[in-house]
Design a protein around this ligand. Structure first.
Ligand code: DC
Length: 242
């Protein structure tokens, strides 16, 4: 992702509002973050990690001691929270929330659970809609999340729904957290992931589900490289980085 501030561009008038979009939706641990970043890098396109926005708002709300079940208060918090991504397109970008480096905290499972809880509030989703669309700038955008292909960019020409078995996703998350020096119990991780999937898929607004025109990809037993190649093949050569 190119360095980008969260507020500023007007999505309706942004110069890149016609830029091509590739959406990658799926449950947590499906590999969509890594795949999306690698695909964006290969294409030379921008990258939007929409889950990081929900995580950042959950964190900012917790810092302000807002009751996460209070939809309007969390939505107001979402509107004033300043989120900044800082990266060169390779590796995970740093995420700054209201001027604080929150990169590490945002990856914690507690931040994921808080994000999932606040993401079920329609006013919170509305508060983040324009911000997400403002990332659509030339030469193109790879957007990862739960509703990128269904709600935020329904007209995107390229859509993928990436999934993997819950066990494989829990194993991947376990390995990721271990590499970051965070020790978690595998069974509780599997339980948390399954509970989060259930909440994300059953909520009334923008639930986790494949867009009808999305390519369904199961990454169970496949390497990241294989999945990346599969996704890249969707985009015609003429639209890729020279
Ligand atoms: O992709 P992630 O694990 O970082 O997302 C964290 C939570 O945020 C996820 O459990 C549900 C919510 N989310 C969402 O509702 N819509 C999105 N587009 C992205 C994330």
């Amino acid at each position: 992702m190119s360095p980008s501030t969260s507020r500023g561009r007007d999505p309706a008038t942004a110069a890149g509002a016609t830029a091509p979009v590739l959406t990658i939706d799926g449950p947590s641990g499906s590999g969509k973050g890594t795949v999306s970043r690698m695909v964006a890098h290969a294409l030379g396109w921008h990258y939007l990690d929409s889950g990081a926005l929900y995580r950042a708002v959950g964190l900012a709300a917790a810092w302000e001691q807002i009751d996460l079940s209070d939809a309007e208060a969390v939505a107001a918090c979402a509107s004033r929270t300043v989120i900044r991504f800082d990266g060169d397109g390779e590796g995970e970008p740093k995420v700054w929330v209201n001027g604080k480096d929150a990169t590490h905290q945002l990856r914690m499972e507690t931040a994921g659970a808080a994000a999932s809880a606040i993401a079920a509030h329609p006013p919170v989703r509305s508060a983040l809609t324009d911000l997400q669309r403002s990332f659509r700038t030339d030469p193109g955008l790879v957007a990862d999340g739960r509703d990128m292909g269904t709600v935020i960019f329904p007209e995107a020409p390229f859509k993928v729904f990436l999934t993997a078995s819950a066990e494989e996703r829990a194993h991947r998350r376990h390995k990721q957290l271990k590499e970051k020096g965070v020790s978690v119990n595998f069974d509780s991780l599997l339980h948390e992931i399954s509970a989060r999937d259930e909440r994300d898929a059953s909520r009334a607004v923008a639930p986790l589900k494949p867009a009808s025109d999305a390519l369904f990809l199961d990454s169970t037993g496949r390497s990241i490289g294989e999945v990346v190649q599969h996704v890249l093949a969707l985009v015609p050569e003429s639209m890729r980085r020279p």
